[in-house]
Design a protein around this ligand. Structure first.
Ligand code: KDG
Ligand code: MG
Length: 404
């Protein structure tokens, strides 16, 4: 079945999403997410200018061959822009294969290995009191796992706080530069154990608690943090050091038994092969849409499975509903699923995307519609044009640039 069209749709229903639409000669349509937060138009151009013309006339069902063609054929390999573009093609082709065969994608991937996908929600607060109220809100909705973040006293802004602004981006005024935040490691390391202790005290020993450090510590500081959190038995601490330094995790591992997660900024198995094969982490957080699609992420998770590392895919609001659905399909089918992040999306996203995934008692299911179970309404998308958006940047109190 030949591909006859490949179109890129950029829309901003609450925040920016780049979506690839692949159409076949029989009129079947497959969708793929190509959103790279804050750098959206780079992927849109990579697809429009360099990939879409190559897809026309190709057999839509030859998913592996198309993946190899786009990866090897580009000569320039890896990187977030390339791998997000390849992911969009890959996911759209899996969607089409599901529609051709009349099966949901998770059944094409080997079928359900579990009844549903355990997700974690994001609780936060500008004080510990506010955080406790938000944790109760998630618990009452049936969540079995909750990420906890609260504002660090003395800092004007803290990652993960600020309501439900999925992805933490903002729209700059004309010519405005990204927001600059200030970071203080000592204040943070002093605060986090108190915050987690308060949550454990209030909600007891069994709720699974997660925390995102967002790449800001040195390896030895991360070891200290992990050690200080051991009494509270965290499910994980995430991205405790800048993720590209794989051997840094050896130092963290030597100093703490708190489980470690990393990987939302990775885009290939070569970003995490050392982390996995040396068992330096417990959870690998790579996402479908930034890691070359279902085809490549399945390989990453297969390697992880050999070394006892479990999945914990990124699921922030800046990954579109197409991306989230594709994650749920893979989560259902792999043996070493760990957990899935679920941040949800900002209104009015439902005007543009219709989804088949559901949540019951803390477990999500991708639904049984053929393909991914997600459709995009192009007329609605056109009502929400692209808005330039940035992620913030970070500086230390002396003005040095830092990791955000
Ligand atoms: O685009 C960046 C966001 O996806 C990221 O800041 C969110 O760290 C994040 C998370 O764990 O969801
Ligand atoms: Mg994160």
């Amino acid at each position: 079945m030949k591909i006859t069209a490949a179109d890129v749709i950029v829309t901003c229903p609450g925040r920016n999403y780049v979506t690839l639409k692949i159409t076949t000669e029989d009129g079947l349509v497959g969708w793929g997410d190509a959103t790279l937060n804050g750098r959206e138009l780079a992927v849109a151009s990579y697809l429009r200018d360099h990939v879409c013309p190559l897809l026309i006339g190709r057999n839509a069902t030859r998913i592996t061959d198309t993946w190899q063609y786009l990866y090897r054929g580009a000569y320039w390999r890896r990187g977030p822009v390339t791998m997000t573009a390849i992911a969009a093609v890959d996911v759209a082709l899996w969607d089409i294969l599901g529609k051709i065969s009349g099966l949901p994608v998770y059944r094409l991937l080997g079928g359900a290995a579990r009844e549903g996908v355990t997700v974690y929600g994001h609780a936060n607060g500008s004080t510990i009191e506010e955080l406790l109220t938000d944790v109760a809100h998630y618990r009452d909705q049936g969540y079995r796992a909750i990420r906890v973040q609260a504002a660090v006293p003395g800092l004007d802004s803290t990652y993960g706080i600020g309501g439900k602004s999925a992805g933490h981006t903002y729209e700059p005024a004309d010519g405005e530069q990204p927001t600059e935040n200030v970071w203080d490691t000592a204040a943070y390391l002093d605060f986090v154990p108190k915050m987690v202790a308060a949550v454990r005290d209030e909600f007891g020993p069994t709720v699974r608690l997660l925390h995102d450090v967002h790449h800001r510590l040195s390896p030895i500081e991360a070891g200290q943090l992990g050690k200080s959190l051991e009494p509270y038995r965290m499910f994980w601490i995430e991205d405790s050091t800048p993720a590209e330094d794989q051997s840094a995790f050896r130092t963290i591992r030597q100093h703490t038994t708190t489980p470690l997660a990393v990987g939302e900024v990775f885009n290939s198995v070569y970003d995490c092969n050392q982390l996995i094969t040396e068992r330096l982490i417990d959870y690998i957080r790579t996402s479908v849409s930034h890691t070359g699609g279902i085809t490549h992420l399945r390989d990453v998770f297969a390697l992880a499975n050999v070394y006892g590392v479990r999945s914990g895919s990124h699921g922030a609001g800046d990954l579109s509903p197409v991306s989230f659905a594709s994650a749920l399909h893979l989560d259902m089918a792999i043996p070493n699923f760990g957990i899935q992040e679920y941040m949800g999306h900002l209104d009015p996203w439902r005007e543009v995307f219709s989804v088949g995934y559901t949540m019951h008692d803390g477990l999500m299911h991708p639904g049984d519609a053929p393909g991914l179970g997600v459709e995009l309404d192009e007329q609605a998308a056109a009502r929400y044009p692209y808005q330039p958006q940035y992620l913030p940047v970070n500086r230390l109190t002396d003005g040095s640039m830092w990791d955000w």
